[in-house]
Design a protein around this ligand. Structure first.
Ligand SMILES: Cc1cc2nc3c(=O)[nH]c(=O)nc-3n(C[C@H](O)[C@H](O)[C@H](O)COP(=O)(O)OP(=O)(O)OC[C@H]3O[C@@H](n4cnc5c(N)ncnc54)[C@H](O)[C@@H]3O)c2cc1C
Length: 363
């Protein structure tokens, strides 16, 4: 029996958790290590802030999937790796051996995230805390000021959904400021950017371009930090080859370029053939490939390259924004959908993704 350890319950590993029984049937032991038993799905994060979704709606049941299908869940955070001796180190000192290991650790916001009224965009569960804090304040204050720092996709969605929340709470004097660089809003151009800007302005968001604001400098009750993301600091303690921003460098088979029994996927990885956007879509696309390659690697062939399948990056994917108030923007290549139809489709896709995992637990 070989032991496969999955570190992090991100968008790729959640599917491996759902398929634990396949690994067990093939004679492998599956161990999932994650700080929490469930993991929030980021695609529904902005709707969580607005109140469109509850926390239960957005939580993926990672531990339950693994345990029900014959695997083992370990609640903990990985703090180091000894890739020569095939051992993982956990915060608190425990070590766990492996035959193959895969990292799906996600990403963290760039820069300083400290401060009482400062809410970093990741982890996504922070958005539930922010919503509660805003709801509490709305009971006693007529004015609520929210500042969002960062005008990329996450920042734009959160500014729009902050406006949605303040509207739903009937705050008499709402103020939402979005501080962004001179880069295109939400990273989109032309008619798409114009639509995003129109929606933000219609929602009452004041856009401050060309301003690299710091949390301490902005006048706000709540500051939402969405200045960009990078692989988490722990990748620097794994003894693996890294890209400049700390991503674990992986080959076409999703393996570390230094150790063929170490895999990495999603935001914490950097694809050696050309960096990919750090979006959940890629982590999801890597699901079945990682399952196949881990099964091959752990099987009798020992993972010779002929048995493994390579990842092909298409660089075209369906991207979507929840712009609050039941409106959205979806696009892929030259195709664009806007308004209510866009949000309805995004909502259907996101709820379908969640159902896949919740149904698997119930069965
Ligand atoms: C507001 C917002 C909205 C977004 N919307 C979209 C969208 O609509 N579509 C899209 O494609 N992308 C979206 N993204 C981007 C998306 O969040 C990321 O690309 C995606 O979460 C990456 O998935 P992942 O599987 O790499 O990691 P994650 O889903 O972040 O999972 C990482 C996991 O690793 C665990 N972990 C971390 N450190 C450790 C450790 N030391 N030990 C053990 N476990 C650990 C965490 O607990 C977590 O379970 C959005 C991002 C934000 C901020």
């Amino acid at each position: 029996m070989s032991r496969i350890v999955l570190v992090g319950a991100g968008h790729t590993h959640i599917e491996l958790a759902r398929r634990t029984a396949d690994f067990v049937a093939a004679g492998h032991e599956i161990v999932l290590i994650n700080p929490f038993r469930s993991h929030p799905y980021s695609g529904m994060g902005p709707g969580l802030l607005a109140g469109t979704y509850s926390l239960a709606d957005v939580m993926l049941p990672a531990a339950a999937l693994v345990e029900q299908k014959g695997g083992r869940f370990v609640a903990g955070s990985v703090s180091g790796l000894d890739p020569e001796r095939n051992r993982i180190e956990l915060e608190g000192g425990e070590t766990i051996g492996y035959d193959s290991v895969s990292f799906n650790l996600g990403s963290e916001p760039v820069g300083d995230t400290s401060g009482d009224h400062v809410y970093p965009v990741k982890p996504i569960s922070t958005l539930a805390l922010l919503r509660q804090a805003i709801e509490r304040r709305s009971l006693e204050a007529a004015t609520i000021r929210v500042a969002v720092i960062g005008g990329g996709p996450g920042g734009v969605e959160l500014a729009a959904n902050s406006a949605h929340l303040l509207d739903a709470l009937r705050v008499a004097d709402p103020r939402i400021d979005l501080f962004t660089s001179d880069n295109p809003l939400a990273g989109v151009r032309g008619a798409r950017e114009a639509y995003v800007e129109r929606r933000l302005l219609a929602a009452g968001v004041r856009i401050h371009r060309g301003r690299r604001a710091k949390p301490a400098e902005v006048d706000a009750d709540f500051v939402l930090l969405a200045p960009g993301i990078r692989p988490p600091a722990v990748t620097r303690r794994l003894g693996l080859p890294l890209s400049d921003d700390g991503g674990i460098v992986i080959d076409r088979f999703l393996r570390s370029t230094a150790y063929p029994n170490v895999f990495a996927v999603g935001d914490c990885a950097t694809y050696a053939d050309g960096p990919l956007d750090r979006v959940g879509v890629y982590a999801v696309r890597m699901q079945s490939l990682l399952a196949h390659n881990l099964l091959q690697r752990s099987g009798s062939s020992g993972g010779n390259d002929l048995a493994l399948k390579p990842f092909t990056a298409t660089h075209k994917y369906l991207a979507g924004f929840n712009l609050g108030f039941g409106l959205g923007l979806l696009y892929r290549g030259r195709w664009t959908l806007r308004g209510r139809a866009a949000f309805a489709l995004k909502d259907r896709i996101d709820r379908g993704f969640m159902r896949r995992y919740h149904d698997a637990v119930r069965r």
